[in-house]
Design a binder for this molecule. Structure first.
Ligand SMILES: NC(=O)c1ccc[n+]([C@@H]2O[C@H](COP(=O)([O-])OP(=O)(O)OC[C@H]3O[C@@H](n4cnc5c(N)ncnc54)[C@H](OP(=O)(O)O)[C@@H]3O)[C@@H](O)[C@H]2O)c1
Length: 268
C-alpha cells in the first residue's frame, strides 16, 4: 500500500507492493520499462496507450495477471475518464498514476504548425491534467496515492528546436510542483521525473532526422529511467533527474543565467 504521510506531509517510505498502478504510454520505451519495474515491485499495472497489440504483448510478458491492457487515446478527455473508470471496475482504484505518454517534434517555433502544437500539448500536458483529475478524488478519499509526471530535462532547461515541447514540459513541471504543495498532508505524493536523452522510439518521428547524432550517442536505456522513477516513488521524492548530472545545468542556469545562456548558444 502507498503509505499515509505524517502531519508534515512527507512519506517515510512508499510501499509499491499491493498497489494498482496506471502507466500511460506503456506500449513503448520509458512507459513499458516502468510498467515492468512496477510489476516487479509487486504492483498490478494498468497498461494504457493506443496500440493494443503492444499492450497485450507486454501484459503477457509480465504475466501472473499482474498487468492488463486498456486502449486509450490520451488526447481525448472522454476516453481518459472511461479508461480510469474501466481500470477501477476491473483492477480496483488507482493508487499510483504515472503520466508518461508523450511525443516530441524536432522543429523550430515558426516551423511548428497548429497541429504540432495541439499534438504536443494534448499528449504531454493536457492528458496528465485529465488523468490526475480522474484519479485524484479516489486517492484523496482513501488518503493514499502517488502521481508521477514524466516531463524532461527539457522541462527545466530550454532547448533549440524543442520550443513547443519545452513549453509543454515546463508547464508539466509547474503543474507537478504546484500540485505537490496543494496535496501536502493529504496522503497523496507527487513526483516529477526529468529524463535526459533516452534510447526509445521517441526519436522515430521524421523531424528528428536533423537531431544531432552526437546527442543521440549520449542516450541512456529506458530501464535506467524506470528504476530511478520507482526509487523516487518509494522515497516520495518531489523530483528526480536522470542522469543526475543534468541537475548541474539547472543550478548553473539559476546561479549565472547570462553565462549559462552563452554556453547554451554556443554548444547546445
Ligand atoms: N526519449 C527521450 O529522450 C525522452 C527524454 C525526456 C523525456 N521523455 C518523455 O518520456 C515519455 C515517454 O517517451 P519515450 O521516450 O518512452 O517515447 P516512446 O517510446 O515513443 O513512447 C511514447 C509512448 O506514448 C504513447 N502515446 C503517444 N501518443 C499517445 C496518445 N495520443 N494516446 C495514448 N498514448 C500515446 C505511445 O503509445 P501509442 O503510440 O501506442 O499510443 C508510447 O507508448 C514522454 O513523455 C517523453 O516526452 C523522453
Amino acid at each position: 500500500m502507498v503509505a499515509n504521510p505524517g502531519a508534515a506531509g512527507e512519506n517515510a517510505a512508499v510501499e509499491i507492493a499491493g498497489t494498482i498502478a496506471l502507466v500511460t504510454g506503456a506500449s513503448s520505451g520509458i512507459g513499458a520499462s516502468t510498467a515492468r519495474a512496477l510489476a516487479a515491485a509487486g504492483a498490478r499495472v494498468a497498461l494504457v496507450a493506443r496500440r493494443a497489440d503492444r499492450l497485450d504483448a507486454l501484459a503477457a510478458e509480465i504475466a501472473d495477471g499482474r498487468a492488463a491492457s486498456f486502449v486509450c487515446d490520451v488526447r481525448d478527455p472522454r476516453q481518459i475518464e472511461a479508461t480510469v473508470a474501466a481500470i477501477g471496475a476491473r483492477l480496483g482504484p488507482v493508487d499510483i498514476l504515472v503520466n508518461n505518454a508523450g511525443v516530441g517534434r524536432y522543429l523550430g517555433f515558426l516551423e511548428s504548425g497548429p497541429e504540432d502544437v495541439a499534438t504536443i500539448f494534448e499528449t504531454n500536458l493536457y492528458a496528465a491534467l485529465h488523468f490526475s483529475r480522474a484519479a485524484l478524488p479516489g486517492m484523496l478519499a482513501r488518503r493514499r496515492g502517488h502521481v508521477v509526471n514524466v516531463a524532461s530535462i527539457a522541462g527545466r532547461i530550454g532547448s533549440r528546436n524543442h520550443t513547443i515541447y519545452c513549453a509543454a514540459k515546463f508547464a508539466l513541471a509547474g503543474f507537478s510542483e504546484s500540485l505537490a504543495l496543494e496535496l501536502d498532508g493529504s496522503g497523496v505524493g507527487v513526483t516529477l521525473v526529468n529524463p535526459g536523452i533516452v534510447d526509445t522510439a521517441f526519436f522515430d518521428h521524421g523531424s528528428f532526422a536533423a537531431f544531432p547524432a552526437s546527442a543521440r550517442a549520449r542516450a541512456i536505456p529506458p530501464e535506467r529511467v524506470a528504476a530511478a522513477l520507482v526509487r523516487a516513488v518509494r522515497r516520495d521524492l518531489p523530483e528526480v533527474t536522470v542522469p543526475a548530472i543534468y541537475t548541474l545545468g539547472t543550478l548553473f542556469k539559476a546561479a549565472a543565467p547570462r553565462i549559462f545562456s552563452r554556453v547554451m548558444r554556443r554548444f547546445a
